[in-house]
Design a protein around this ligand. Structure first.
Ligand SMILES: [Zn+2]
Length: 127
């Protein structure tokens, strides 16, 4: 990968990191909101649960983005963590924080349904 390509990925990742950090911070306020009304409390509990689930997903993504930035620094960016093959440029364009090549990711997704679902959402968001 050329320095230009690396810098482009770094810019995308840093923008994503800033966006996620902001989202995670904003959701803190929603999550601790309390209500004296019982019905509202149920509603809030549901919203809180949903917010926590989203927060969880954003934290995971944020961790992946930070890890990818670390790999740019140590020179291992774009290489599959599992099999050492290059991750395809097309995949990196859609998911610059991808840590695995498509083959290893498919194996990981088969073993963990929840991560597969998240990866699907990320693809939709990235498109
Ligand atoms: Zn691989």
């Amino acid at each position: 990968m050329t320095t230009t390509e690396l810098n482009k990925n770094r810019n995308v990742l840093e923008a994503k990191q800033a966006e996620l950090t902001r989202m995670v911070r904003n959701r803190d306020g929603i999550a601790i909101e309390a209500s004296p009304d019982a019905l509202d409390a149920v509603q809030h509990a549901t919203e809180r649960e949903l917010a926590i689930r989203h927060l969880d997903r954003d934290f995971t993504l944020l961790r992946n983005v930070r890890a990818a930035l670390g790999r740019i620094d140590d020179g291992s960016f774009g290489v599959c963590l599992h099999c050492d093959d290059d991750i395809s440029p097309k995949r990196l364009a859609a998911l610059p924080w991808a840590a695995f090549c498509i083959h290893c990711q498919e194996i990981a997704d088969r073993n963990q349904g929840e991560i597969a679902e998240d990866a699907g959402n990320f693809l939709i968001n990235a498109a």
